[in-house]
Design a protein around this ligand. Structure first.
Ligand code: ATP
Length: 247
């Protein structure tokens, strides 16, 4: 579904992504893990057309995304849940959700939008309760639900999530990861960037590890969960029964 070959992204002299290749097959959950500044967000921005100066190849369902605007990429079937949610704080919850459907409204498919609003409010009942409330007054967890709901309003085939667990209480993180699994069951393919490597790999089929802009390890999620280098660098305190927090 998504094939990236030798992707290179830079900000001036900073080489943020240095020749990364990866693939996402239809129906998979793919997790990208890596430390702060390893290039995860930059990779997602390039996929979604929010960073345009990249080199290499990004193919989505055999269409080359080079030169496509973010709107066209949404129309192709890729929606993003950005890092830090980036909801529209001064707008109501309902208006935020409707904003996610602007490509669908443009086609005049209002009934489809109403249907999808209902589906998302069933998925996240708290958003129904808060429909008229300003989005900026929601809790962090509610804002994350809203950001996911807004992305789903565009009916993506590939949902790209940038650190959805960031800053959230463990119970909410559990709920968000359960929603991601449910979405996959409903046919949405998932590309998930996470610092919470263990939780991400537990729900993923395959994973990639980025280090300073380079893809250093890839494999099935099961393989990565037991890989010594991954455990030492990204799975922290839960390293075996013997890990005492020292390297
Ligand atoms: P985090 O988890 O902290 O978001 P990340 O893995 O997503 O990290 P990126 O945000 O993609 O990493 O950053 C990759 C590199 O590019 C870092 O060295 C970062 O400082 C740099 N960088 C990111 N955005 C910009 C920018 N707008 N201008 C200049 N450098 C940037």
């Amino acid at each position: 579904m998504l094939r990236i070959k030798n992707l290179k992204c830079s900000y001036g002299s900073i080489m943020a992504v240095q020749g990364v290749s990866l693939s996402v097959r239809q129906g998979e959950i793919i997790s990208i893990i890596g430390a702060n500044g390893s290039g995860k967000s930059t990779l997602l921005l390039a996929i979604c057309g929010l960073l345009t100066t990249w080199k290499g190849e990004i193919l989505f369902q055999d269409h080359n995304l080079k030169g496509m605007s973010p709107t066209t990429i949404v129309r192709q079937g890729i929606s993003m849940v950005p890092e830090g949610r980036q909801i529209f704080s001064p707008l109501s919850v309902m208006d935020n959700l409707k904003m996610g459907a602007y490509t669908i409204y443009k086609k005049g498919l209002k009934k489809q939008v109403d249907h999808d609003l209902e589906m998302i409010m069933n998925m996240f009942p708290i958003l129904r309760e808060r429909a008229d409330q300003l989005a900026g007054t929601l809790s962090g967890g509610e804002q994350q639900m809203l950001a996911i709901g807004r992305a789903l309003m565009a009916r993506p085939r590939l949902l790209v999530l940038d650190e959805p667990s960031m800053g959230l209480a463990p119970k909410i993180v559990e709920m968000i990861f359960a929603v991601i699994q449910k979405l996959r069951q409903e046919g949405v393919t998932i590309l998930l960037v996470e610092q919470n490597a263990r939780a991400a790999l537990k729900i993923a089929d395959r994973g990639y590890v980025l280090e300073t802009g380079k893809m250093v390890i890839q494999g099935s999620a099961q393989e990565l969960l037991v890989d010594d280098d991954v455990k030492r660098a990204y799975l922290g305190k839960d390293y075996g029964n013997f890990y005492d927090g020292r390297d």
